[in-house]
Design a protein. Structure first.
Length: 630
């Protein structure tokens, strides 16, 4: 009795923990009493026999049940069955004696239904359990098939002959087993069984074959090339899902199908170009090399903007099988009138078509799991390929953000400088051409990195300067910018300049300007001091006059601004870049920044808020802070 009570409590705990997945009768107060009384047979077995099978004219409620359960218990005892209770899904219908006790009350053709679609050495449920180890561990497909058969076979022709997933769960699931396992088994049975019918969420067995047989017949009509063409068409629909790529090229027939641009592009290889883990020379690698090296009749220029995705050879067969099922159900759905399908089978065809097409979409990323990426360890070394496994929905582009300091490191490492500078447009081409450089999403990423570097206060040691152009004769930079905010377009010209060179030119210009001021103060009245020949064109010309002395230099700046309390970080950042950075860049400047906060509330401050703010002010080393009544 202790063992019985422990088993019953374990079952009831499962029913109560997942009440939505079982019939409401399991929550009734007397269900525990019924389980104890029926132990070791589950009450659901008796409910099906007394309420369903008793509708058959020749079935004897007492003798019929006793003979059947005697055969069941004997066979389970002989097999050493370890299950906690005898549920509908545990009935060994593959045993001839058990099967005879059930089918002797049914029409003759039910024998073939049981052997092929319910339980037997050649049955579909057994094949499904053997193909999937997770299902086979619990005989999940056979349990589901037995449960549906026991609950629906005698009701042929009845309006209420089907069972929903909650009733199927009640006949299958034991404590410690996952409900999802049996749901998966039911879905697989619905797609493959010949006599199992599905109407919405409910299932039942019938002696009339369902349209699964028609689908299986049509599935065999599609040859390999037809299936692969269907896969290509599905992949082409993925071109609109670009992710971090400017363009996705699905199943390119030749290198000319992939444009040669500086923006990052993804090429999805066709199903014939498969890759295998641990293999360096595969059809996918061969095709990727061909597409990378050539562009039409000439070589490809922007090779660092291209990566590839290839299918896994071991999973391609599964994808092709799923595509065949989807094509078969699509054909049945589209030709329902010609096949003279009734309303039920039309709904089934439409439902199965949708499910298999959704399965195809799910299997595509599972099959196309190899990212093939070209790279170079050294600037003059051979191109080396890496094959990486794609997991989840992460972005495929290797780098979409480039920091300014990382950019300076690449400029020095290669090096990319040409006599102390490099054209911005040429630099964008370098990043798109050479696979030993970081792979960028596009030139705009480079532009943002340059803008970041020019705005840093530490530009002299960590980044670079910028010039609009370089005079070819004098070699001097014009429009020199450094340590300030700049909006950049990589195609509008301009150069990056080594900071030491830019700093040297700026100091020279300041020296020339200071000398010009000194010369101006000593010129006779009425004359004008003109910049010397080597002075930059933007040097100011100062008139000299005894009656118009030079104004004193402006030595102090102050400013006050009100910030949006909801966007203090954003506004303070802009002020730091556009105001404070310019002030700190001045030679000999001393900059002080104070933050003043005022807050008022009609309701008064909460004491807890006041304690938190006061503690935080002390931690952040506020010079003064406090709360006032007025």
């Amino acid at each position: 009795y202790r063992q019985r009570d422990a088993v019953v409590r374990a079952f009831l705990d499962v029913y109560r923990a997942s009440s939505w997945d079982f019939p409401s009768a399991c929550a009734a107060a007397d269900y525990e009493r019924r389980m104890r009384s029926a132990y070791p047979i589950h009450p659901e077995v008796f409910d099906r026999l007394y309420n369903v099978w008793s509708t058959l004219d020749r079935f004897q409620r007492t003798r019929g049940v006793l003979r059947l359960m005697a055969a069941v218990i004997h066979e389970l005892w002989e097999r050493g069955d370890p299950n906690l209770m005898i549920l509908p899904g545990m009935l060994p219908m593959d045993d001839p004696e058990v099967r005879r006790e059930l089918t002797q009350y049914l029409e003759q053709n039910w024998q073939a239904v049981v052997e092929g679609d319910v339980d037997g050495p050649e049955s579909t449920p057994l094949a499904i359990d053997q193909e999937n180890t997770n299902l086979g561990r619990y005989s999940a497909a056979r349990r589901v098939a037995r449960t549906v058969f026991l609950g629906t076979a005698p009701l042929k022709g009845s309006a209420n002959r089907d069972r929903d997933i909650r009733e199927i769960n009640l006949g299958c699931v034991q404590p410690g087993e996952s409900l999802a396992t049996f749901g998966d088994a039911l879905r697989r049975l619905q797609s493959r069984a010949t006599y199992l019918n599905t109407d919405g969420e409910r299932s039942f067995y019938d002696t009339t074959p369902n349209i699964n047989r028609e689908a299986e017949s049509r599935k065999a009509d599609f040859d390999d090339e037809t299936v692969r063409e269907a896969i290509r068409n599905t992949l082409k629909q993925q071109e609109r899902l670009r992710g971090d790529f400017v363009k996705v090229h699905a199943c390119p027939f030749s290198p000319a199908d992939i444009s040669d641009e500086r923006e990052a592009r993804l090429a999805i290889l066709g199903p014939e170009h498969v890759h295998l883990a641990g293999s360096g020379d595969t059809p996918a690698m061969e095709q990727a090399r061909h597409l990378l090296e050539t562009r039409g009749s000439g070589p490809r220029l922007y090779r660092n903007s291209l990566v590839f995705v290839a299918p896994d050879r071991t999973r391609l067969g599964e994808l092709e099988d799923v595509v065949r099922w989807a094509m078969a159900w699509r054909a049945i759905d589209e030709h329902a009138e010609e096949l003279n399908l009734d309303t039920f089978n039309r709904r089934t065809a439409a439902k199965m078509r949708g499910e298999w097409e959704n399965t195809v979409e799910q299997r595509i990323p599972e099959t196309y799991r190899w990212l093939l990426v070209p790279g170079q360890g050294e600037t003059h070394g051979p191109i080396e390929w890496s094959a990486r496994t794609l997991i989840g929905d992460g972005a495929l582009a290797e780098i979409t953000q480039l920091g300014a300091i990382r950019l300076r490191m690449e400029l020095d490492r290669v090096p990319l400088w040409r006599n102390g500078d490099v054209e911005v447009k040429q630099l964008a081409d370098y990043f798109a051409q050479y696979v030993y450089l970081p792979r960028l999403q596009g030139p705009h990423v480079l532009a943002r990195a340059i803008e970041e570097g020019l705005g840093l206060l530490s530009w002299q040691s960590e980044t670079f300067a910028y010039a609009e152009r370089k005079d070819p004769d004098s070699g001097r930079y014009q429009g020199l910018r450094m340590g300030e905010s700049v909006t950049l377009d990589v195609d509008s010209g301009g150069l990056l300049v080594k900071p030491e060179i830019a700093r040297a030119q700026r100091e020279e210009e300041e020296q020339i300007r200071d000398e010009g001021h000194a010369e101006t103060s000593t010129e006779p009245a009425g004359k004008t001091t003109v910049a010397r020949e080597n002075r930059p064109s933007d040097t100011t010309v100062y008139p000299s006059s005894e009656t118009s002395p030079e104004p004193p230099p402006v030595r102090r700046f102050y400013g006050r601004v009100e910030l949006d309390p909801g966007r203090v970080g954003r506004d303070a950042g802009r002020i730091g870049q556009e105001i404070i950075a310019h002030l700190m860049a001045l030679k000999g400047s001393k900059v002080t920044v104070n933050l003043e906060i005022e807050a008022e509330t009609d309701e008064g401050f909460d004491s807890q808020v006041m304690r938190i703010i006061a503690e935080n002010c002390r931690t952040l080393k506020f010079e003064s802070h406090g709360f006032e009544e007025q």
